[in-house]
Design a protein around this ligand. Structure first.
Ligand SMILES: NC(=O)c1ccc[n+]([C@@H]2O[C@H](COP(=O)([O-])OP(=O)(O)OC[C@H]3O[C@@H](n4cnc5c(N)ncnc54)[C@H](O)[C@@H]3O)[C@@H](O)[C@H]2O)c1
Length: 390
């Protein structure tokens, strides 16, 4: 993670002095790199998991033992332990919050006395931003939030290339299925869905996209994919992947029409996209054929395989995104936190990542890759700023 390394080496070791940072993130090696960097810049950091299945226990243990960072998270923790861990971090009188999915931010809003020191929060993912914008819409946002996900150096790379690759990695590690020749239904053609569909196509899959947005559906068509309503796609698919940020995208009527032996995986933030409750009700037998691969045998005898309990497959069954892409996402986190420190008194509303942060990250990344680009000449600058071309 060269960009994070540069920030760790170049930024002041006193940048976050006397500040407590509460982070709710997937506990992976990349997150470890971020929190170690925040500590190196003076912060007192508390880390809790942003998903019950994504914690890498060795990483959590290493942070506690070798870096003195308090970590709350165990892979496979139940939902009450997950919530208790969020409460632990929320109770540390935090000044800055980093969130992925907004569970910590929402907890602080539901327990206002714990948020009195908060000067700002950052949000990592699309679903978290949807929730924060909904809090703002209700007029209840208590502190400023910067939507790191909406930085170009985040969603164009992390969501598209990161999720695009690691989702398939998770499915392959869990099933070792051959993608070539399979029909794969990708629900949602947003930044994640686009990346997943493109990579599947490259591996030889016949990809069907389902969408609710006419624009995104049209884009999928022009990108060469077949677009169908999910109920029609149900009977064609061998593998189904959800990446919508929405709930009950695959539910009873869709399960009913599926073929025997299909695989279901979710790449969206919460475990709500595949209706597991209904699937459980429809099953006469449920067995775990290998860790995080559940076989549901329906009353008709048809078998459906669910990966990672319907939670994020790339973090449940694999290790999440490659570090080179998290390098940019977490640089956005670091620099947005720095922005709060340098711009005290921001209003309690949703803020975009400033352009200068996006540009700095892109430039640092290119430099780290040894790639040079051109600069505008004075003539070109003048030309681009003029309108009368005579
Ligand atoms: N797995 C990961 O590591 C990872 C990484 C980044 C984002 N995410 C999560 O993935 C989800 C998608 O993120 P994104 O950035 O692609 O969002 P996005 O908003 O760019 O795309 C979501 C798409 O889903 C479509 N959609 C909504 N409801 C639908 C439905 N019922 N059927 C079909 N399509 C539907 C929307 O029209 C939209 O085009 C979010 O939950 C986000 O938080 C996961």
């Amino acid at each position: 993670m060269p960009v994070i390394r540069i920030l760790r080496e170049k930024e002041s070791p006193a940048l976050f002095k006397n500040l407590v940072i509460g982070a709710c993130l997937h506990i992976t090696t990349e997150t470890a790199n971020l929190v170690i960097t925040l500590k190196k810049c003076g912060a007192e950091v508390y880390l809790t998991a942003s998903n019950p299945l994504s914690t890498q226990d060795d990483v959590a243990a290493c942070l506690v033992k070798h870096y003195g960072i308090s970590v709350f998270g165990i892979k496979g923790e139940n939902t009450s332990t997950y919530s208790r861990h969020i409460k632990e971090v929320a109770s540390k009188n935090v000044h800055l919050v980093i969130d992925d999915g907004a569970d910590l931010i929402v907890f602080l809003h539901n327990n206002r006395s714990l948020s009195k020191n908060v000067i700002g929060a950052t949000e990592e993912t699309t679903t978290g931003i949807t929730r924060i914008k909904n809090i703002e819409k209700d007029g209840r946002l208590l502190f400023p939030v910067i939507g790191v996900n909406e930085a170009l150096t985040k969603y164009m790379f992390d969501n598209r290339y990161g999720t695009g690759q690691s989702t398939i990695d998770g499915i392959l590690r869990a099933t070792n299925t051959l993608i070539a020749g399979k029909t794969v239904v990708v629900c949602g053609y947003g930044w994640c869905g686009r990346g997943i569909a493109k990579n599947l196509k490259g591996l030889g899959a016949n990809v069907i996209v389902t969408e609710v947005s006419p624009l995104r559906a049209l884009e999928a068509v022009m990108d060469g994919f077949r677009v169908l309503p999910v109920e029609e796609a149900a009977c064609c698919g061998d593998i189904f992947i959800t990446a919508t940020g929405n709930a009950k995208v695959i539910s009873g009527n869709v399960f009913d029409r599926m073929k025997d032996g299909v695989i279901l995986a979710n790449a969206g933030h919460f475990n709500v996209e595949i209706d597991v409750e209904i699937l459980q009700k429809m099953a006469k037998k449920i067995s775990e054929v290998k860790p995080l691969v559940k076989e549901f045998t329906l009353k008709t005898g048809k078998r459906i395989y669910l990966l990672a309990e319907g939670r994020l497959v790339n973090l449940g069954c694999a290790e999440g995104h490659p570090s080179s892409v998290m390098d940019m996402s977490f640089a956005g986190q670091f620099l947005s936190l720095k922005y709060f420190v340098e711009n005290p008194g921001l209003t309690a509303k949703y803020h975009k990542v400033p352009d200068e942060i996006d540009n700095r990250i892109a430039l640092l990344k290119l430099n780290s890759m040894g790639i040079k680009i051109d600069a505008l000449t004075p003539y070109q600058k003048k030309y681009l700023n003029s309108w009368n071309l005579e």
